[in-house]
Each structure stands twice: as structure tokens, then as C-alpha cells.
Design a protein around this ligand. Structure first.
Ligand code: AMP
Ligand code: FE
Ligand code: FE
Ligand code: ZN
Length: 281
């Protein structure tokens, strides 16, 4: 049983359409895959139709941009009601923050001598429900200013880069509450990758668990072996599920191939205990 609970399609900053992603997951021998686009559920219907056709289990998810003490934290949400009013309102606000940031980022790039228009970026994100820095990076590549997405982040778009512009994120505790109230489950994504490691101290997980968090993403390529073992122990001690996932973005992120990390079936059952998954009847 191979389970991957964190992937991105072209509805956010991945390069495969939801349908291509689900087909690939089946072809790679995954039994269950979650689609977790940034701040959007726009890929759910297409992914679900393909999952039914190819006979693979689809978990409908999202990766919400949140913050804790001014630091970016990514929160995975699964199997919630996508029409829940307060949740829809907050996600709309987060996506709005992405859109208002874009022209400011383009101004910064122009000051650095790189002319890009909103249309140049829109050409890169044409199927997406959200705009993001990866699409700006792709536009920089298209214009020949940089060779790769990675170079664009390293030189300009990364959080310490000269074209970096912050944007609105949901409060982490509030986002957990919103997903829980919409009937879903939450898992902190790659908690000890660069930015969130500074605020997600071991003792903070107890507060998150008390707020309704269901799990911690432990096996992720941003984590060292040592971080994984420490995070797994934190999860076990707090009776949280621990998951493993790829964070696949297609060709948008190298070395994050589908199924490169997987979730133990027992942890999957713990995470989704009491949740009705349509494909299981
Ligand atoms: P944004 O959502 O616009 O804040 O951009 C963040 C996204 O950029 C993340 O979800 C990653 O997929 C991607 N990203 C972050 N850092 C890098 C990097 N160094 N190289 C390529 N992609 C990156
Ligand atoms: Fe991403
Ligand atoms: Fe993330
Ligand atoms: Zn992700």
C-alpha cells in the first residue's frame, strides 16, 4: 500500500494538470494520492473524475498559506467541505493577497532591469487558480533573464531576495479551526523546512494539537534524518498521526518525485478515522 498525501497540480504551481497527476500516480503504483494545491480546491473535480477512471484512491486536499509569529507555515487540509462559508471567505482573502502582491513584485523586478507584465505571468499560470512566485520565475525564464525557476528564487524571489514581497496569510490557529469546522483534518506541512522551523518549536505542537491539529508531515525531503526522528517522536507523544509525502510539483521542483516519501497505512487510518472517503464507500 503506497500513499502520497501532498502533491501540486497546474491549478497552483505544479506542472501537471490534475488529471495527468492522478494518471502518473496510478502509473507509479501509488494506491492513494492527495491533491493539495496551494490555497485552492479548483483541481478536485478533475482529479476525482480521473481517479475513478484509473482506479486509485484520491484524497481531496489543500495546502494553506498560514503564518505564526510572522513566519510562513504551510498547513495541509484534507476532506473538508469546500463550500463552508468562513473557510471560503478566508481562502478568497489569501488568494487575493497573491494577486495584489504580483504588480508590486513586477515593479521590483523592473527596478532591477527585468521588464515583465502581468500578462507575461498570466501566460505561465494560465490553468491556475492562484498566482505565485513560481509563475513569475517561469516568466523570467521565458524572457531569458534566468535559466531556471531555482535561479530565479536564488537571485530574486526568495524570501531574502531583492524582489521578494510578502503577502497575506491566514493565522495558523485560525486556519486549523476553519478546516476542523468544515469537517476536515489538518497536518502541518514540512514543519522544519527553513522558515517555519524557527517558530514551530517542539512545545508549540502541543498547542496546535489542542487547537485540533491531526498530524505532522514528518517524512519530507526538506527534513534531515535527525529532524524526521525528532518530529516522529513529537507526533507519537502527542497522539498525532505522522505522514510522509513527496510535495510533487511536476518539473517545477526537482527531486520531489511522486512517492519519494510515503505514508504508513496505519497512520493514514489514524488521520482519517471517522472521515468518509467517497472511493471507499
Ligand atoms: P508563493 O506561493 O508565491 O509564496 O511561492 C512559494 C512557492 O514557490 C512554494 O510553494 C514552492 O513551490 C516554490 N518555491 C519556493 N522556493 C523555491 C525555490 N528555491 N525554487 C523553486 N521553487 C521554490
Ligand atoms: Fe509550491
Ligand atoms: Fe509547502
Ligand atoms: Zn507543497
Amino acid at each position: 500500500m503506497r500513499i502520497d498525501l501532498h502533491t501540486h497540480s497546474s491549478k497552483s504551481d505544479g506542472t501537471d494538470t490534475p488529471s495527468q497527476l492522478v494518471e502518473k500516480a496510478a502509473a507509479e503504483g501509488l494506491d492513494i494520492v492527495a491533491l493539495t494545491d496551494h490555497d485552492a480546491t479548483a483541481g478536485w473535480a478533475e482529479a476525482q473524475a480521473t481517479a475513478e477512471r484509473v482506479g486509485i484512491g484520491l484524497v481531496r486536499g489543500i495546502e494553506i498559506s498560514t503564518e505564526l509569529q510572522g513566519r510562513s507555515v504551510h498547513l495541509l487540509g484534507y476532506e473538508f467541505d469546500p463550500e463552508n462559508g468562513p473557510l471560503v471567505e478566508e481562502l478568497t482573502r489569501v488568494r487575493g493577497g497573491r494577486d495584489t502582491r504580483l504588480p508590486v513584485m513586477l515593479e521590483r523586478l523592473a527596478e532591477l532591469g527585468m521588464e515583465l507584465t502581468v500578462e507575461d505571468v498570466a501566460r505561465q499560470s494560465r490553468n491556475a487558480a492562484v498566482s505565485g512566485r513560481p509563475h513569475v520565475a517561469d516568466a523570467l525564464v521565458e524572457k531569458g533573464y534566468v535559466a531556471t525557476r531555482t535561479e530565479a528564487f536564488d537571485k530574486y524571489l526568495g524570501s531574502n531576495g531583492p524582489a521578494y514581497v510578502p503577502r497575506y496569510s491566514a493565522d495558523l490557529f485560525h486556519a486549523i479551526e476553519l478546516i476542523v469546522n468544515a469537517g476536515g483534518r489538518t497536518v502541518v506541512a514540512h514543519p522544519w523546512s527553513r522558515s517555519s522551523k524557527l517558530v514551530l518549536l517542539p512545545e508549540v505542537f502541543a498547542d496546535l494539537a489542542a487547537a485540533g491539529l491531526s498530524g505532522i508531515e514528518v517524512d519530507h525531503n526538506d527534513h534531515t534524518t535527525e529532524s524526521r526522528e525528532r518530529l516522529r517522536k513529537i507526533a507519537v507523544d502527542l497522539d498525532l498521526a505522522w505522514t510522509g509525502s513527496s510535495d510533487y510539483h511536476g518539473t517545477g521542483k526537482i527531486d520531489f518525485e511522486l512517492g519519494c516519501n510515503t505514508t504508513d497505512p496505519a497512520q493514514f487510518e489514524k488521520l482519517f478515522d471517522g472521515v468518509r472517503l467517497a472511493w471507499r464507500g
